[in-house]
Design a protein around this ligand. Sequence first.
Ligand code: GDP
Length: 437
Amino acid sequence: MLENLTDRMSKALRNLRGIGKLTEENMAEALKEVRTALLSADVHFKVARQFVEDVKAAAMGQEVLASVTPGQQIVKIINDELVKLLGEGAGQLLDKKPLRIMLVGLHGSGKTTTSAKLAKRLAKEGYRPALVGCDIYRPAAIDQLETLCRQENFRCYTDRNSKDVPKIGRAGMEWAKEQDANLIIFDTAGRLQIDHDLIEEVKKLRDKIVPDEVLLVADAALGQEAVNVAQHFNDAVHLTGIVLTKLDGDARGGAALSMKTITGVPIKFMGTGEKMDDFEIFHADRMAQRILGMGDVVSLVEKAQENIDEKEAQRLAEKMQRAEFDFEDFLAQMRQVKKMGSIGSLMKMMPGMSGIEIGDAEENRLKQTEAIILSMTVQERRKPMILNASRRKRIADGSGTSVRDVNQLIKQFGQMRKMMKMMGGSKGRKLMKKFGG
Ligand code: GDP
């Protein structure tokens, strides 16, 4: 399942821990997982293949960050590549008045609904919209357009008596001009699938009305068929943009990536519900997250990249393995983690961890631990064995805790070091393997 892409990545990249750089060989298994995940998100196989190549190129040679797992790191790279491919900020329509927009697409994709949504959005930007109904084959489509226009108070042109679509389009355009409209949206007929007659009709209409924008309205759930549909329409009438609808459903968004990559036509808007206001400019970052189906790994990795001093993290990890870790190191590590925000908020960002609550009690315990370590001298932090009773009493007083608290921390620390020593040896490595580390 897609939800587990990050987990799958983590498994596939398990062996990368402690390796310096990402290379073609050490990423091979992970990249295979990426491909499978994209295919199950309904991404066209050609697009998936090219995408894996792009990710490989972007990841190759990158240092493996010590503070996040290689799996998380690669998911971030994939996310960035996805956003780049989907095209952030491409939602601009031509800035001109009058503006003529023709909507094309398959039957049921949401053309009529989108005509009204688009008119409503652009009306807020100062346009005076008029809608022209060119879907003559379905009387219900004309009724629907008229109802929506009445509801939103838009001018609307329909002709139930003519079967000549280009002529209706032309007449609607003239009429709209008389009405002083400076935005004319043409709602066209769809079919259940692409066929010759549909394409011919759309072409003839296009030649008559010469639209500034030709937008393909496509259902996000279209899946593999999406590329075919977009290519046909693009070849016939040269699309200027795509509106992806029904993103409030559980479509995985692979269609978006496929259509954009193969046709190069930008996705400009997205429909997110049946209501008139459920319509937004297309956000590539949200779509990327939908395709990846992950938790907020991306921002976790960004935070780590911003805040963690990689060399320092590496140094501490090595000290831990050699069981030379002292209170000074412990403090340094606590600070690194704190720079990234509270432990609670960090945990929330990890996939599968969002349900686990880190309460105030744990946060307070960490604060107390820090206070105790801060009350030690540097020498004491480096050599905890010199911490005799009088030193412990002084530290407790200095940190506003009790001798019992101090004793407990020192005891736990001793145990932790013992564990690390074990882990460092060959026995430890076996133990780690048992735990899947
Ligand atoms: P057309 O045949 O292409 O004109 O499609 P319609 O505009 O008639 O839409 C078909 C159905 O999809 C209608 O029931 C719409 O309410 C619904 N629809 C359109 N856009 C969206 C959307 O973004 N989300 C959801 N949930 N439904 C939508």
